[in-house]
Design a binder for this molecule. Sequence first.
Ligand SMILES: Cc1cc2nc3c(=O)[nH]c(=O)nc-3n(C[C@H](O)[C@H](O)[C@H](O)COP(=O)(O)OP(=O)(O)OC[C@H]3O[C@@H](n4cnc5c(N)ncnc54)[C@H](O)[C@@H]3O)c2cc1C
Length: 424
Amino acid sequence: MSISLILLNDTLRWHDNPLLNACEGTKAAVIVLNKAAFFGRQYGLPRANLQRLQQQIVVIAALKNTLAAKHIGLITLVGDTASCISALAGELNASQLYCAEPVGAYEYAAIKSLKQTLNVTQLDCNSLLGDNLRPELATMPNSFTPFRKQQEPLLQVSTPTQKTADENWLSPAHTEAYNSAFIQLSQQYSTHLTADTGSEAAALARLQYYIWQQQHILHYKQTRNQLMGGNYASFFSVPLSLGSLSVRYLWQQIVSFEQQVQANDSTYWLKFELLWREFFRWQFRKYANLWFSKGAIKGRADFSQPQLSKAQLKQFNLWCQGNTGEPFIDANMQLLNQTGLMSNRGRQNVASYLLHNLDIDWRLGAAYFEQRLLDYDCASNWGNWAYIAGTGNSTQRQFNISKQAQMYDPQGAFVNAILLSTLS
Ligand SMILES: Cc1cc2nc3c(=O)[nH]c(=O)nc-3n(C[C@H](O)[C@H](O)[C@H](O)COP(=O)(O)OP(=O)(O)OC[C@H]3O[C@@H](n4cnc5c(N)ncnc54)[C@H](O)[C@@H]3O)c2cc1C
């Protein structure tokens, strides 16, 4: 009997998950917590902090419970994705692997190496365009506006998948024996997590609240540039980055709201921002690991480590700590360090400051954000950093920090709230 492995790494959800319906026959649900992504280093910086690791553990554990309630076991492994899956395939005599089509270069490489021994089927589970509307990568525009104008008229986001009843999953009793490393990791690290904003349940509750109950979506375009608070933006980025919220389901919910309640500039603008996410995803597929080169998609490939003078190293550390002496920058960085999140306006300003005021290699900023952001998403993070640096899909973007502070924090309420709270 041959078993199929269903790798749920990037789709930590039950709703609208095409992988759960991907094949007939006996199958095992698997997740690999990629050790290098959480315990590795890049450019001398840890790739993830404790908060990000804890969030990942909690969200995987939540999915495990959801599946268990439906008598589906979840194998949770810790290590290198390709080696863990190879070893498991050997043990279970599996010959097929189903997984979400990745975006990042590391994940692509892992899947590619598995193709040597397994029959691999990749489904695009986390893009709006999906398998039906795939853009031709070679001719895909490198600027957002032509991409949007090309895609928007065609965009019929496929309806969320419905699960069919299926008794062929390995049960929790079968899979528990494989979970000791993950259980050990959970016991070691997940104890002090406070708020769960990443699990599927939290994401669906947030969607109900933000769109349907409070209808904050109707004011999104006016509030989205604020710096602080609970509802100035959607806060869907965390579950979108984890795959615990389906972007197609989210899109359909916005369209339903527009049809049933009201459509305005703000409801459109939330979809517009989701197209930015979409744009960077396909750009990542187009240029693969070139995104991690010094000149990203513009210069010649140069993967050498960023170099810093002694003075720059000091400035970089002060920027990371939120201690540059520029209050608008410091407040945003301290907010990031405290909460794992920062507004889009804040992100643009701190990036511009690091790159254009301090003249530091953009990849170090991207690496620090990777370590801290609870909504870390490879394409959105590295793509936005390169955008501001001028090495990606734009000429360089430089912000006048004092003008921005004046415009978006005229009374200094944000700066005071963050900097004074840190003092007390
Ligand atoms: C330097 C820099 C780094 C960033 N790193 C990340 C990252 O690692 N992960 C991430 O999800 N976003 C990143 N962004 C984009 C953006 O700042 C966040 O998506 C947004 O602040 C998340 O909050 P929200 O969900 O409330 O967004 P909303 O304003 O409510 O937007 C809704 C959704 O649209 C998408 N979106 C919005 N703006 C952008 C954008 N500029 N690029 C791509 N997608 C967008 C996100 O999926 C977001 O959840 C980065 C932006 C900059 C300037």
